[in-house]
Design a protein. Structure first.
Length: 318
């Protein structure tokens, strides 16, 4: 069971405590103040250790810069991102990953020299080792971080440098490094956790993260209903409205979930929008349902209790 303070409904000053199991998910339509809530957590939360991962991230990255290693850890720990600017801390993370790995190697060598028989076993994993191990498990390729360089390769492709990696490859590296570096029992705020990741990889990626950092409290901010439904937790907070008149305030609603419940239809329609024709189909898992109207025909394979299908109209001659 976890607990966290959030802004009290429609109040610019008061707070209230939310208790929940698993991860806490904030979901809402565009303009409901999701990213601004993430900034509020970073600046106003009483938690001693907050890590906020912004939705807008500059994913330009180069090989580590040894000249900046001495200040890498402090710079990365104290970074903050303004709401009007994308996060530009990827290079700080890369420098810190290599600095920590370098220090681990130096310490291990020092201790080995003190041992007469040299039998000390393998050195402990650095954060960089953990990042590489999981990254290689997510993507069917090899990430190599050796001799001060970052490269990726596949069976059919020769090694290519970090600045030529796809946005999905880079964001996985970025997320893994930042979360694995978080202090013990930290509160980790992730804005748009699904961004740049292929839908097929999202569940595997975040399941690993949540299991690996069970000591931390995770707060996800998203407008992706599939992600909100996937995350293991009993509480979703629906951000209905945001206002900054006289100070920041949010209108929100708490939704308690159990294994047999789903998100309210009103929330689905608000987040998905009503401008595009939307069909809600209910059935049993595995059912194949044919839906036919005067305007369209569709075949639906039920993958969950509710399937949201976007449709298009058929021309009259059909």
């Amino acid at each position: 069971m976890s607990s966290i303070e959030i802004p009290k409904q429609n109040s610019t000053t008061d707070r209230e405590s939310i208790t929940f199991e698993g991860a806490l998910v904030f979901v809402g339509a565009n303009g409901s103040g999701k990213s601004r809530l993430g900034v509020w957590f970073e600046n106003s939360s009483p938690s001693p250790s907050i890590v906020r991962i912004a939705a807008q991230r500059i994913l330009t990255v180069q090989d580590p810069q040894p000249a900046n290693f001495n200040k890498a850890e402090q710079q990365h720990k104290t970074r903050k991102t303004k709401i009007e600017q994308p996060a530009d801390d990827f290079q700080l993370l890369i420098n810190r990953l290599f600095k920590e790995s370098q220090e681990r190697d130096a310490q291990y060598t020092k201790e080995m020299r003190k041992t007469s028989n040299g039998e000390r076993g393998a050195p402990p994993d650095a954060v960089l080792d953990q990042v590489v191990s999981h990254w290689n498990g997510i993507f069917d390729r090899d990430l190599e971080c050796e001799a001060g360089t970052i490269k990726s390769s596949t069976k059919s492709c020769s090694p290519y440098p970090a600045n030529q990696m796809s946005d999905g490859e880079k964001v996985a590296l970025y997320l893994l490094g930042n979360i694995l570096f978080a202090e013990k029992d930290a509160v980790i705020i992730v804005d748009e956790p699904e961004i740049h990741l292929h839908r097929a990889l999202v569940r595997q990626f975040w399941s690993y993260i949540l299991k690996t950092r069970e000591d931390c409290t995770f707060v996800f901010i998203t407008h992706d209903l599939d992600f909100a439904a996937f995350v293991e937790g009993d509480t979703v907070i629906w951000l209905r409205q945001y206002s900054n008149e006289g100070g920041e305030k949010w209108n929100w609603e708490t939704i308690k979930l159990d294994p047999d419940s789903s998100l309210p239809e009103e929330l689905k329609l608000e987040v998905l929008g009503s401008r595009t024709p939307t069909l809600l189909v209910e059935g049993e898992l595995g059912d194949m349902i044919i839906v036919s109207t005067r305007k369209f025909t569709a075949t639906v394979l039920m993958c969950d209790r509710f399937v949201v299908l976007r449709t298009s109209y058929v021309s009259p001659e059909h």
